[in-house]
Design a protein around this ligand. Sequence first.
Ligand code: SAM
Length: 299
Amino acid sequence: MTQFPNTVLSQPEAAPGRTAFDFKLSHLSFEKFREIIYTSCGIYFQDNKKYLLESRLMKRISHLGMESYDEYFDYLKYNRNSEEEKKYLYEAITINETFFFRNPPQLDALVTTVVPELVAAKRKTGRTRLRIWSAASSSGEEAYSVGIIIADLLKPKYPDLEVEITGTDINQTVIETARSGLFKEYSIRNTPGYYLKKYFKPKGNAFEIDPKIKKDVSFKIMNLYDDNAMRSMVNFDIIFCANVLIYFDIKAKMKVVSNLYNSLNKGGYLFIGYAETLHMISKAFTIVSFPKTIGYKKE
Ligand SMILES: C[S@@+](CC[C@H](N)C(=O)[O-])C[C@H]1O[C@@H](n2cnc3c(N)ncnc32)[C@H](O)[C@@H]1O
């Protein structure tokens, strides 16, 4: 297998019979990768992110023992394992930053308004069951934070409340972490001490989420840009889709948000990230203001 040094300056000589790896991704190759990535998952690499794609692809190419970006491109495009390889591509290119209690105003909105409103409506149908989706959940911290808040602040108030929380992400490794329920200190850095003590147990150098929370939360691999997969996600009352739309271009944002709209029940809410907006993306929702945050409601 070809070994790659850390810097371009220390580029090795080619082994006899092999050409040296060209560490520079040409603009033409960058455009080919950008296109295949975009059409597969909606992530759009701007020109100024070429260096990022270059280094991330290089790690995967190095692992496969390939000798050029073009060899890897052909493998991705034409190999019969290309769908399988795309899973590794997604692992290489996605940014999975997340942590527990990342967006407290959204959690407050759930407690003060959203869940009470949905519970009142559900009770009329005879079953108080809420379906919540953390779309692009990364390793699950958002989904579990919602689970904790519901268990601690809402179930005591609404004993008939049942919840089903689903986390999905395109990256298989983060989904495995989410399923393990084990988190490093970095993930819990914003967790209030009360919840940390009550719902986490130290395990080796990690923290394990309480099984009482875990039982209501499940995870699966899913590509938000895949219309077929999206069509299977229906009847949700609340969707969190935070800090992922920023990686898409406007066309991809519109497509994903329109599918999320279809996944919501009438009266349901969509929450996106602090720095994100649906301005110019969708007019289908009613904007609802809460202290320090907004929600998008499907009327
Ligand atoms: C920055 S994390 C956000 C995690 C969490 N929602 C939060 O706000 O803390 C973005 C996640 O989006 C996922 N992602 C990117 N493109 C995706 C796609 N097309 N379908 C599903 N997930 C995607 C990445 O794998 C990554 O885990």
